[in-house]
Design a protein around this ligand. Structure first.
Ligand SMILES: [Zn+2]
Length: 123
């Protein structure tokens, strides 16, 4: 599982506030530093430095790519082996892949569903 730093509710609220307040403004530090634009808590530079505005959330896209890839590996390995029935394939998966923690559970169950379908069409 990989994590991605993402603006949380507070961060999004600050960002919205900055965009609403400062839509027509820009930095005026050359006149009066530091200017309101730069010290606004929703300014992207300030947000970057505000840990409370961020959460580490699971990178769903990457997790999904990982389990689809696991599913493909298992499906290809099993469907090209000489198993005669889904039961045999299922037993092999339970022995080979379930104890292997590098394979995601979602990937294994997805591969099982695909294989069930594969054997029902090929028998
Ligand atoms: Zn400024």
């Amino acid at each position: 599982m990989s994590l991605k730093r993402t603006l949380n509710q507070l961060g999004i609220a600050l960002q919205d506030e900055f965009e609403a307040d400062m839509r027509d403004s820009c930095c005026s530090c050359h006149l009066n530093p530091p200017c309101n634009y730069c010290i606004h808590p929703g300014n992207p530079n300030n947000l970057e430095e505000t840990p409370e505005a961020w959460d580490d959330v699971e990178d769903v896209k990457e997790s999904q790519a990982k389990w689809l890839n696991d599913s493909d590996i298992i499906f290809t390995a099993i469907s090209t082996s000489a198993f005669e029935s889904f039961k045999e394939a299922e037993t092999a998966i339970v022995m080979l892949y379930v104890p292997d923690i590098t394979f995601s559970r979602a990937g294994i169950s997805h591969a099982l569903k695909r294989l069930e379908d594969f054997y029902s069409k090929n028998s």
